[in-house]
Design a protein around this ligand. Structure first.
Ligand code: IPE
Ligand code: IPE
Ligand code: MG
Length: 245
């Protein structure tokens, strides 16, 4: 029986979030520069997006570039931005063919103008697709997102649109970049780092976390199935006792 066949189709998450980490180390192991790792990481993105679409997962969020990543060496940042523009341009037709809708979360205003344009066009051109929602976190960090939400709620209070005591979990969520998306049930991080690195801090409150030593450019569908099989063994109690479930 293949790993895929072992999966319980009734117990798949609706939303998977992934911190795609380890491109630089993967390249270094091969004596190449960091950008070589990023180029190869794109193949993993294709493979995992396809894998999620095949499993009829509804949402996949990929952490591709953090607010803090802007502080990397200039050459790496420029190379990553060029890779981003090139990849979106070539992938839109595949997204449409596979009924995948692209969304972007993060401080997009900071991206180079051509990247913003490509992203906006790709989101627009895929907006009628009804299959997998592919959410790219770019120039994203959760503290930025949360502070931004607070600012916007503050403005709404000032304009008399909402009263402070009307702010609920639901209202707050509506002000995050992920408004309208369910919280991820599963968060995967590759490359053997055991941290969240400013990713979806609010949304991951009750997510199951899965860490693997595999570096992102080596992460393929089989690795995804392994993570999902592990997820399916977890008991999600949400604060209750086992007996109450
Ligand atoms: C993840 O790989 C991709 C980005 C953060 C853009 P890294 O570039 O962080 O690779 P390592 O962690 O240095 O190996
Ligand atoms: C997190 O990886 C960000 C992305 C994968 C885009 P980093 O490599 O930037 O995280 P740290 O610095 O190891 O925490
Ligand atoms: Mg890293």
């Amino acid at each position: 029986m293949s790993l895929k066949e072992k999966l319980n189709a009734e117990k798949l998450p609706r939303h998977i979030a992934i911190i795609m980490d380890g491109n630089g180390r993967w390249a270094k192991e091969k004596g190449k520069d960091r950008l070589f790792g990023h180029y190869n990481g794109v193949e993993s993105v294709r493979n995992i997006v396809e894998g999620c679409a095949e499993l009829q997962i509804e949402y996949l969020t990929l952490y591709a570039f953090s607010t803090e990543n802007w502080d990397r060496p200039k050459d790496e940042v420029t190379g990553l931005m060029e890779l981003l523009v090139k990849t979106i341009r070539t992938e839109v037709s595949t997204l449409n063919k596979n009924n995948i809708r692209l969304h972007v979360i993060g401080n997009i205003d900071l991206l180079p103008e051509n990247a913003q344009k490509e992203l906006n066009e790709a989101c627009e051109e895929t907006k009628s697709n009804t299959g997998l929602n592919l959410i790219m976190a770019l120039s994203y960090s959760s503290r930025w997102e949360i502070v931004n939400a607070v600012k916007n709620i503050g403005k709404e209070i000032k304009n008399g649109k909402i009263e402070p005591n009307e702010i609920t979990d639901e209202v707050f969520k509506q002000h995050l970049c992920t408004a309208g998306f369910p919280d991820p049930e599963l968060m995967i991080r590759t490359s053997g780092e055991y941290r969240i690195s400013n990713f979806l801090l609010y949304q991951l409150a009750y997510s199951e976390l899965y860490f693997t030593e595999t570096l992102w450019p080596d992460f393929r569908k089989e690795n995804l199935y392994k993570a999902l099989l592990d997820y399916q063994t977890r008991e999600r109690r949400f604060g209750k006792t086992s007996e109450q479930l």
